[in-house]
Design a protein around this ligand. Structure first.
Ligand SMILES: [Fe+2]
Ligand SMILES: [Fe+2]
Length: 474
């Protein structure tokens, strides 16, 4: 169980380590001042119907109640330790899992923890303004839930930094509160986390695409031979599932609403669809193209000696590592990666160890495709002849083998000029953003009401009806 009587709720027996406890209690006010500054705008007095983790067991780990967000019980929750756990891959395979940081991997591990940790507050910063234009109280509650849990994910990484990385760790924990998404002088570490999230369509796309990158990174780290990292990531994954639900169902509801309006009014031209106050499917496709391509970059270079090192050292595994049937060292295995040669895209086999970023990206793409297929079903069921598609993997990429090339949606290699001529058929234009934002100019806050551009969800939160007061504004 989690001890909520402590100043910092935890299930790691924090009270027994006074030095660590004091260090974290010192970081806590700095965290809160970050939340007041960069957390959801004008929300500090709201009472929000939130879930809070009460235990890390899979059944009944959360309870629901009204909470003012600055009073949310952020804390440190690790999956219970399995005494028999081993390092399951790489050159240390078969050794007991490490309970402390192996000296030789200290700086790599710190980098991994910091890079993961940095994404958590970044997304809160990116979503800061969206509460002011929510389509319903239900959706407002959901974004706040995502935000407080991203805050807790920051706590999870900061605990590791404080507990296992000494003074360097404490300094990194402070830097995590100092960087700002999109800041020119002190930006967040990864590109997608410096992009703005200017509207709710972007928010749902972000939680579908980019939170799912989070899921895959956490899955790979949950395999780590460094046991405290594995255990903290396992618990974070239970929270992450809700974020992706918010994204997938959010986009799905927008598509559903658009299709309803198109059918009722027998229109299909984007301008006619827009005239009816919903988001045309073409614009949804352009948002999809943007978020997909920007998120693919988060997996890093297709061929990477760092990825190979992380794996061989036992620090970061593959997606579902222990379920895979091979030798878990990958000494002789190969994996296909794409590259641009002249004006063609070729596939070549490279040592699988060096292609682990690409492999994780491919695992991710498979899951994304399944989600896009579910969105497609909504369109098909409405009988509308429109296909949502994933862009070619090389489209609009800035990292890896496709960086610096101008690849069309369908994978042709173009000149910069040719590509630019199509840019706003493929990616949201300033006009698209303007239109979408024009739909979201204020907050829809009446009980049970939803903005015109989005369908209500199938059911409410925790068995509550759709007209439940999910947020009290005070
Ligand atoms: Fe997260
Ligand atoms: Fe998330």
């Amino acid at each position: 169980m989690i001890d909520y009587t402590e100043k910092i709720p935890n299930n790691v027996d924090l009270g027994r380590d006074r030095v660590l406890q004091r260090a974290l209690e010192h970081w806590q006010p700095a965290y809160l001042s970050w939340w007041y500054d960069m957390g959801p705008n004008e929300s500090h007095n709201f009472e929000v119907y939130l879930r809070t983790a009460t235990s890390v067991e899979p059944d009944g780990w959360a309870q629901f109640d009204y909470v003012k967000m600055p009073e949310y019980r952020w804390g440190i929750f690790l999956q219970p330790r399995d005494e028999r756990r081993q390092v399951n891959f790489g050159m240390h395979k078969g050794q007991p899992a490490w309970q402390d940081v192996p000296g030789e991997y200290r700086s790599i591990l710190r980098r991994i923890v910091v890079t993961q940790g940095d994404t958590e507050p970044a997304s809160v910063e990116q979503q800061k303004m969206l509460g002011l234009s929510c389509p319903s109280l239900y959706d407002l509650r959901n974004i706040f839930q995502v935000n407080v849990e991203e805050g807790r994910h920051l706590w999870a990484m900061v605990y590791l930094l404080h507990r296992y990385f000494g003074r360097d760790g404490r300094e990194e924990a402070e830097s995590l509160l100092a960087r700002r998404s999109g800041d020119t002088d002190n930006p967040r570490i990864l590109g997608a986390f410096n992009e703005p999230t200017p509207d709710w369509l972007a928010f749902y796309m972000f939680t579908f695409f980019t939170d799912r990158d989070g899921k895959f990174q956490l899955c790979a780290l949950a395999e780590s031979g460094f046991d405290p990292l594995a255990r903290t990531c396992r618990f974070m994954l239970t929270e992450e599932a809700h974020h992706m639900f918010v994204g997938e169902s959010g986009v799905s509801r927008i598509i559903q609403r658009t299709c309803e309006v198109m059918k009722e009014n027998k229109v299909d031209a984007p301008s006619d669809v827009r005239a009816l106050g919903v988001i045309d499917l073409q614009t949804i496709q352009r948002y999809l193209n943007f978020h997909y391509s920007v998120t693919l970059d988060l997996y890093g270079s297709d061929v990477s000696s760092n990825a190979a090192n992380y794996y061989t050292s036992g620090l970061k595994g593959r997606f579902r590592e222990t379920k895979l049937e091979d030798d878990h060292t990958l000494q002789d295995a190969a994996y296909p990666v794409s590259e641009v040669v002249g004006n063609k895209i070729n596939t070549k086999q490279v040592p699988a160890l060096t292609a682990l970023n690409e492999r994780l990206r491919d695992d991710y793409i498979e899951e994304i495709q399944a989600g896009v297929n579910r969105w497609q079903r909504v369109i098909d069921e409405a009988g509308i002849p429109f296909r949502l598609t994933l862009p070619h993997k090389g489209f609009h990429r800035e990292i890896g083998n496709f960086a610096g090339h101008f690849i069309s949606l369908t994978g042709e290699i173009l000149t910069e000029e040719q590509w630019k001529a199509h840019e706003f058929e493929w990616l949201p234009s300033p006009n698209d953003y303007k239109y979408v934002q024009s739909l979201m100019s204020g907050r829809v806050a009446e009980l049970g009401k939803f903005a015109n551009w989005i369908a209500p969800p199938v059911k409410g939160i925790n068995g509550k009806p759709l007209d439940f007061q999910y947020v009290r504004f005070n």
